[in-house]
Design a protein around this ligand. Structure first.
Ligand SMILES: Nc1nc2c(ncn2[C@@H]2O[C@H](COP(=O)(O)OP(=O)(O)OP(=O)(O)O)[C@@H](O)[C@H]2O)c(=O)[nH]1
Ligand SMILES: [Zn+2]
Length: 216
């Protein structure tokens, strides 16, 4: 852990009851922080309680306004977020909601990348065509948040090996990664294939069809 973690502190903790459209409810303790490395307004949602001797289940969820809020079918973020809340509330753990829209390039740039994808580039090629890294996310602040909450050992809900690797580099003991569901549809199949092939996300997918390619 780098020395900036020493300066990170809890700013506020509040209880937020969550209620989803289908009636599912959960109670979250939401924590905000002072002094995070990247200065962003990241949130921690603590849900449930791990059984004695069990490790907390943790998800680093990267913000996706279009998927998380509006239900965009271009990606799998919305269903992953909902699944994560349920799994963590059941197992006990924390969801870090990280303000890393568009894999760290921001919302407008992500939408520019969508336009390039509609012209034929894949999700990573579109980032580089815009002058960004393929994936600009850095999980230092996430490691600081976990340390501040006293979480040093955990199971990580993800298919992304980079999240596991970066957390371990920051001294977090990730025991194992727990795969998320695969929420494939015709609209997001090409995007999911690019993640599996390009950044080695551990997701098993059906073959891309001609109509899925057209859908981007
Ligand atoms: N730049 C860019 N960002 C995207 C695109 N589609 C989704 N995102 C962003 O990608 C982030 C989610 O990352 P993913 O690569 O889908 O999944 P992950 O978080 O790496 O992996 P999991 O933990 O397994 O879900 C969110 O911040 C989305 O806004 C895209 O086409 N271009
Ligand atoms: Zn998304």
């Amino acid at each position: 852990m780098d020395s900036t973690s020493d300066r990170v502190a809890i700013r506020t903790q509040v209880q937020v009851p969550l209620r989803f459209g289908d009636g599912y409810t959960a109670l979250a303790r939401v924590t905000t922080f002072r002094g995070l490395a990247d200065g962003q307004e990241h949130l921690a949602l603590e849900l449930g309680d791990p059984e004695d001797g069990e490790l907390p289940l943790v998800r680093l969820h990267s913000e996706c306004l279009t998927g998380d809020v509006f239900g965009s079918a271009r990606c799998d973020c919305g269903p992953q977020l909902r699944e994560a809340v349920e799994q963590i509330a059941s197992a006990g753990g924390v969801l870090l909601y990280l303000r890393q829209e568009g894999r760290g390039i921001g919302l407008y740039n992500k939408l520019d990348a969508y336009a390039l994808q509609d012209a034929g580039l894949d999700t990573y090629e579109a980032n580089t065509a815009l002058g960004f890294a393929e994936d600009a996310r850095d999980y230092s602040a996430a490691a600081q948040m976990l340390a501040t909450l006293g979480i040093t050992r955990l199971d990580l809900l993800t298919n992304n090996p980079d999240k596991v690797g970066q957390l371990r580099e920051h001294g977090v003991a990730v025991r194992r990664s727990v795969p998320t569901g695969v929420f494939a549809s015709e609209s997001n199949l090409r995007y999911l294939h690019a993640k599996a092939e390009h950044t080695r996300h551990t997701i098993l997918l059906p073959a891309v069809t001609a109509s899925a390619v057209a859908a981007g």
